[in-house]
Design a protein around this ligand. Structure first.
Ligand SMILES: [Zn+2]
Length: 323
């Protein structure tokens, strides 16, 4: 599947205009949820900045080097799977590095992904650079939640908010790129407006398998025994996406049951292929029961984010769903 950026034209136009009008800022904050396109948009901007034609032509030597990840004046870092980005990494990779003039051209670009994971010390170390950057430096901070950044940093950056892309648009794009309609409908809803998540799901070989297993389990949820539950929890743990993605799946599943109960219309269902099961369940459940299940799903998500054991939380959820 080819790489792509969907949506967020406003932000991208703003960045493009700044190149055209030569009003590029030294520091930006791009905020938005996981998979919504922060790093794609930052890289698109960077490539245009360094491109000889400022279009991100893909053909000039600078673009080609950039695409091969070997452009020397572009630096990208993230939390490397850790909880935080410490002061040492910021000092070594950025603070000490900005003083060195660019090898090529007139610009040097630093992208700090997951910048909201910088410790206070790391942010303070970066602050000086953001306050008085050499004129060739552009820093892009990519964050899920910009309120985790110090006000002193935020006030010196141009803040750009990326928003979710509509499910319809993601679905259309997936189908155009070879995903079958049934999977595309689920994936688009599942991705919650984040094209990056939709793409990696549609590309993942086991998505179809995961889908089937989830549906199989949910079909018989009212009568599963404790061993089935424990087995399914083990299965969820093996998946890279883990519990949280299953929670999204569950939410969509019960949302469909609720929609069918209230409207009797099947056009708006995500799990259109599962229509007969959804219909049966919507008859079995009272509206009150469905609402209490949706509350339970919300509570489960909150508990998963706290320090309680994930296994226990999921066990309680499934027992609650079974009743
Ligand atoms: Zn170029």
């Amino acid at each position: 599947m080819r790489d792509f950026i969907l949506g967020n034209e406003k932000v991208r136009n703003h960045l493009n205009d700044s190149i055209k009008k030569n009003t590029i800022s030294h520091a930006y904050i791009l905020s938005g949820d996981r998979g919504v396109g922060k790093s794609k948009i930052a890289k698109e901007f960077a490539m245009k900045l360094i491109c000889e034609k400022h279009t991100g032509c893909g053909e000039c030597p600078a673009c080609r080097q950039f695409s091969a990840n070997s452009y020397p004046d572009f630096f990208y870092m993230d939390a490397q799977g850790k909880e935080s980005i410490g002061i040492d990494r910021i000092r070594e990779n950025i603070v000490a590095d900005v003083a060195i003039r660019p090898y090529h051209g007139k610009i040097k670009i630093y992208v700090i992904d997951e910048a909201d994971k910088m410790t206070v010390g790391a942010q303070n170390a970066l602050l000086k650079t953001i306050e008085e950057p050499p004129d060739y430096v552009v820093i892009l901070l990519l964050v899920k939640n910009s309120s985790l950044l110090l006000e002193t940093i935020r006030s010196r950056c141009i803040k750009l908010l990326l928003t979710a892309v509509s499910n319809e648009r993601i679905k259309k794009w997936l189908i155009e790129n070879g995903t079958n309609e049934n999977i595309a409908t689920v994936v688009a809803s599942y991705s919650n407006g984040a094209p990056g998540i939709a793409k990696s799901m549609a590309e993942s070989e086991d998505f179809a398998g995961v889908y089937e297993k989830n549906v199989e389990f949910l079909k018989k949820i009212s009568e599963v025994g404790i061993n089935d539950i424990l087995e399914f929890i083990e299965e969820l743990k093996k998946r890279t996406a883990g519990f949280k993605e299953f929670i999204n799946f569950l939410r969509l599943w019960y949302r469909d049951i609720c929609i069918l109960k209230l409207t009797k219309k099947i056009e708006n269902l995500v799990f259109i292929r599962e229509e007969s099961i959804i219909l049966r369940l919507s008859r079995e459940y009272t509206l009150k029961k469905i609402n209490s299940i949706i509350d339970l799903i919300d509570e489960t998500e909150i508990r998963l984010n706290s320090n309680v054991s994930g296994d226990t939380v999921m066990e309680l959820l499934f027992i609650g769903l079974r009743k």
